[in-house]
Design a protein around this ligand. Structure first.
Ligand SMILES: [Zn+2]
Length: 248
């Protein structure tokens, strides 16, 4: 199970690390630090959606390859959901109690085209913004770290999103695009995501990478299907770090 693998990796991790909170069913949500301890920091989050748990292994790849400036990798935001996807309901996207975490952030909450109030496998917004322990944990950790940029790794479709409610910085999207070979795109009709909240409320650049070909079926089980993204965090931090504007 992915949760056990991430937990084992975390326990043997020798750098800075912490538990940022717990899932609805009490599982730990881990964060591991990579790169420089001082100066600007990023946050990079994986497996927000349950069936996209393969991205947790991408996170470990990113940690091993290292970064040019410092930041925090959160490999598995949704451990309860990942277990549901790996055991009984492969296509499950939501958390353990049926709320889609990427619809639960306070950014035009509930206004997404596919949003529903009824709990289930996907698209449920929750009772109010930040109603879920997983989104609260990521919110509080983000406010504490005060990152200069955030990245979210999803599957699938080979696209990069960077804009929400008129905010966004295309420069980072171009770097990610070069690093992965994926085009950057503007999408409409989604709301309440982590990227959306970072852009709208924190006013920091934030990016979503949809890893893996759209032809693949969820859940993607082989990490090598995401190989175009292996070097993406390393390259991103290298190129993004060069941009003087974000020097702290
Ligand atoms: Zn997703």
């Amino acid at each position: 199970m992915v949760y056990d693998d991430i937990k084992t990796f975390y326990q043997s991790y020798k750098q800075r690390k912490c538990v940022i909170g717990h899932s609805f069913y009490g599982r730990e949500i881990y964060a591991m630090h990579v790169g420089e301890h001082t100066g600007k920091q990023f946050i990079s989050v994986y497996a927000v959606h349950a069936r996209e748990w393969v991205t947790s292994y991408l996170a470990l790849k990113h940690i091993k390859l290292g970064c040019s400036f410092g930041g925090w990798v959160i490999p598995l935001l949704n451990p309860d959901g990942a277990i549901i996807s790996q055991t009984s309901k492969p296509l499950w996207k939501a958390n353990g109690r049926g709320v889609d975490l990427n619809c639960n952030f306070d950014a035009d909450w509930g206004l997404g085209k596919l949003n529903v109030k009824r709990r289930g496998a996907e698209n449920c917004i929750g009772d109010y913004p930040f109603s879920e322990p997983e989104t609260i944990a990521l919110k509080n950790f983000t406010l504490k770290i005060n990152p200069v940029v955030t990245l979210s790794w999803h599957t699938k479709g080979e696209e990069i999103y960077w804009l929400f409610s008129g905010r966004g910085d295309i420069k980072g999207a171009k770097i990610l695009s070069t690093a992965t070979g994926y085009p950057h795109k503007i999408i409409y009709g989604s709301a309440g995501g982590y990227k959306d909240w970072c852009l709208q409320k924190l006013q920091i650049p934030s990016y979503t990478v949809e890893c893996g070909s759209d032809k693949l079926k969820h859940p993607i089980k082989k990490l090598y299907k995401l190989k175009k993204c292996y070097n993406a965090l390393k390259i991103f931090t290298l190129e993004y770090g060069k941009m003087k504007k974000y020097e702290k």
